[in-house]
Design a protein around this ligand. Structure first.
Ligand code: F0G
Length: 505
């Protein structure tokens, strides 16, 4: 997919909160000094704030630590809306379509800029992300058990790097440029790294450093990191190991971190919900169903709805459902089994520690064919709890069998997706069977990544070769390919080919 626009900053003096930084694209990276550090700025209209109400420490918009210096909690990007200009209705955003030649209005993220107003328009960096669509999918609705017209698939695979990550990356990248960063790093199961690599190669403004678990990322995603020139570090470990290491390395070397622990990433991901509402003519759906990995999306979605409600732009909230893979189900275990709750910002740490201690003692590592969500230590856990509290959330887990069957149904019913994305559809089906979702509820499943991200899983599911099936899927407990579309083998002879078409066609 081409890159339609590059709305990038020329060297200029920036006004960030009360501080001024000079951008000098092309200047060499200089380790810890390369990120300018900020100041407490609670008087600014935009700032960062610890999510724990009991702490609520505030930090300048130019800070890059991304955890609270006082209590270690996660941070939000926070706004004093009374000092910012916000449209009186969501419908007002439609006017921007008439001005699509402006890269800021073309972007599916930045055309909602007034709802993530942390950057001046001239600082925004966009590669045309967020041109995604909401697809009504009646075939998939039938599979899930919903009435026709009630199931929609929000297809984020249409982004330039093929996943929803570009929504967050444009925001993080913009912030990175605001603070003068020259290098950006992430740990990744493959999509964050692909997105960072694309942004870096498309703009030439930063050097990408990506940490991935060795053998833990699909070839499509690894190919993107390599092809786009990212410095790719394969760690002998999994995502949870890589996440820990990248935080250490980023803080030691002063490299800008773009994982979803970065609150600016989540500002961009809020816009997935704005686009869903836009496509539904601003009518609120009953359910948003999303796969859960590091829990950035659900956290962003909860924040989006909380802010829209605070601003009086919506009059009701949807319910949120997070779907874990059964082999990477920390959130399900803690929320549904152990009863962990937000609890006004003080979730029971003993439950969380106990869970992680048990994983360590029993040497349990995350394992699922949905490698994008093969994560057992989600960094956004507290924010996700807050989102579920706000939106009456539920968590479910689905097996790899459920995921691949749902994925085949998504593919047969329209736009394809990678395995992790199909967890949302498998989860909706489960919630429908339980009666939690009603047959006439309006449900939006988020398809987070493109089908071509992980062709190995798809081809193994559809293959007629039992050995190939077992090698990729059998070891993961997948027993059948109920919805397989097998290729037909024929000799290279015209009569045989025609006979095969008549028999199978
Ligand atoms: N779906 C896909 C396709 C993903 O790549 C991810 C996360 C998720 C769902 C989970 O989203 O973390 O917001 O709960 N991928 C990250 C990565 C971890 O490194 O690419 P989440």
């Amino acid at each position: 997919m081409g890159i339609p626009f590059l709305g990038q900053c020329a060297p200029r003096k920036l006004n960030v909160g009360n501080s001024h930084f000079l951008f000098q694209p092309g200047s060499p990276a200089t380790g810890a000094a390369e990120i300018a550090h900020g100041h407490l700025a609670s008087m600014d209209a935009v700032f960062q704030r610890c999510i724990r109400p009991a702490c609520s420490a505030t930090y300048g918009v130019d800070e890059t630590a991304f955890v609270c210096g006082r209590c270690g909690g996660l941070l939000d990007v926070a706004y004093d809306w009374s000092r910012l200009e916000v449209p009186k209705s969501l419908r007002a955003f439609e006017a921007k379509w008439a001005e699509r030649a402006n890269p800021l209005h073309f972007s599916g993220v930045w055309r909602f800029r007034e709802l993530l107003p942390f950057a001046q328009p001239e600082h925004v960096l966009t590669i045309g992300e967020g041109q995604t669509i909401l697809q009504r999918a009646d075939g998939v609705a039938r599979y899930v058990g919903l009435e026709p017209g009630q199931l929609f698939l929000q297809y984020e695979g249409l982004n330039p790097s093929g996943s929803f990550k570009d929504n967050g990356m444009t925001a993080a990248f913009t912030h990175a440029r605001m603070v003068g960063a020259r290098r950006a790093a992430c740990a990744s199961t493959g999509n964050t790294s692909a997105s960072l690599a694309v942004f870096c190669s498309a703009t030439g403004l930063m050097r990408a450093l990506v940490f991935i678990g060795s053998g833990k990322i699909s070839y499509g995603k690894l190919a993107q990191a390599l092809d786009h020139g990212a410095l790719t570090v394969q760690i002998a470990g999994d995502f949870d190991d890589a996440m820990q290491r990248v935080q250490q390395v980023a803080s030691k070397l002063g490299i800008y971190l773009v994982n979803s622990i970065n609150p600016f990433r989540l500002e961009g991901q809020k816009t997935i919900m704005f686009r869903v509402l836009e496509a539904l003519h601003w009518e609120m759906p009953d359910w948003i169903v999303v796969p859960g990995g590091n829990l950035g999306n659900v956290s962003a979605f909860g924040k989006a709805f909380a802010e829209l409600a605070d601003l009086g732009l919506i009059d009701r909230l949807p319910r949120l459902a997070v779907i874990n893979a059964a082999g990477a189900d920390t959130f399900y275990q803690l929320y549904e089994k152990a009863g962990l709750r937000w609890n006004q910002g003080e979730p029971d740490e003993k439950l969380i520690d106990g869970h992680y201690r048990r994983l360590d003692a029993e040497h349990i590592r995350a394992t699922t064919i949905a490698s994008a969500i093969e994560i057992n230590r989600p960094v956004n856990l507290p924010k996700a709890l807050r989102a579920l509290e706000k939106c009456g959330g539920v968590v479910r887990q689905v097996t790899d069998q459920d995921i691949l069957d749902a994925k085949a149904k998504v593919g047969a019913g329209g736009l394809g997706c990678e395995p992790a994305s199909a967890a949302s559809v498998a989860g909706a089906k489960k919630l429908r069977q339980e009666g939690v979702i009603g047959p006439a509820d309006r449900v939006v499943c988020i398809l987070t990544g493109h089908q071509l991200k992980d062709p190995t899983a798809t081809v193994a599911y559809h293959t007629a070769d039992q050995k190939a099936f077992d090698e990729v899927l059998g070891q993961r407990g997948v027993r059948r390919a109920t919805f397989a579309n097998r290729a037909v083998q024929v000799p290279n002879e015209l009569d045989e080919i025609i006979k095969a078409i008549e028999v199978y066609g």
